[in-house]
Design a protein around this ligand. Structure first.
Ligand code: CO
Length: 214
């Protein structure tokens, strides 16, 4: 119980493998991190951010929570965003959801899980906002996966509306906000064709993304 020996052994083997390939790898990382991307994704264990985009240590700044929600009063997420944009000067923020998301499913089915219900209320807001669109989908799994996509699109909008991103665009900093969805069943990412790089693109990109069938 007190000893996670297997994980610590895995870690030693992992470190040795990397050093065998590139002896200076970790020492270079001590000096600085220069990631170009901020990933905002779901905490789901099946969606390992850095691995699934083929990146390595130092390449991806990561924030994950249940159902990849960006809330304007969540100082945890906002602090990660500010650190990434203002200090690390990332060029891209990727909001990545995934299909079959149990957080989104719990929101859709109005399950009573406890404290988490309050967090998932934000996903229910997304669902209620798109009720007409979702009610056209009779298959439950497809409806869930469409809500997973709509949730990503709404969170892209939330990221773009933060003072952090708005201020970055105002001062001319290059910064793109993307919305992706990850397929648990095939390991593939899909671009939801919402990419916002300035204030002017915001409304139109959102409207187009919502209209595009999933
Ligand atoms: Co999830």
């Amino acid at each position: 119980m007190r000893n996670l020996r297997e994980l610590l052994e895995n870690n030693r083997a992992w470190s040795e493998r990397i050093k065998a390939n590139d002896p200076g790898f970790f020492q270079a990382l001590v000096q600085q991190q220069t990631p170009r991307y901020l990933w905002i994704g779901c905490s789901d264990s099946r969606v390992p951010a850095t691995q699934l985009v083929g990146l390595s240590s130092g390449d991806l700044f990561v924030h994950r929570n249940v159902a990849n929600v960006v809330v304007h009063t969540d100082f945890n997420c906002l602090s990660v965003l500010q650190f990434a944009v203002d200090l690390l000067k990332v060029s891209h923020v990727i909001v990545c959801g995934h299909d079959s998301c149990s957080g989104v499913q719990a929101a859709m089915q109005n399950l009573k899980l406890g404290l988490t219900d309050n967090w998932l209320r934000h996903v229910q807001d997304v669902m209620h906002g798109h009720e007409a669109l979702l009610s056209e989908i009779s298959d439950e799994e497809q409806r869930l996966n469409r809500l997973c996509e709509l949730n990503v699109i709404e969170q892209v909008l939330n990221v773009s509306r933060t003072t952090i991103v708005q201020n970055a665009w105002d001062r001319g900093q290059e910064l793109a906000v993307h919305g992706w969805i990850y397929g648990i069943g095939d390991g593939l990412l899909r671009d939801l064709d919402i990419c916002i790089t300035n204030q002017r693109e915001l409304s139109r990109a959102y409207e187009e993304a919502i209209r595009t069938p999933g």
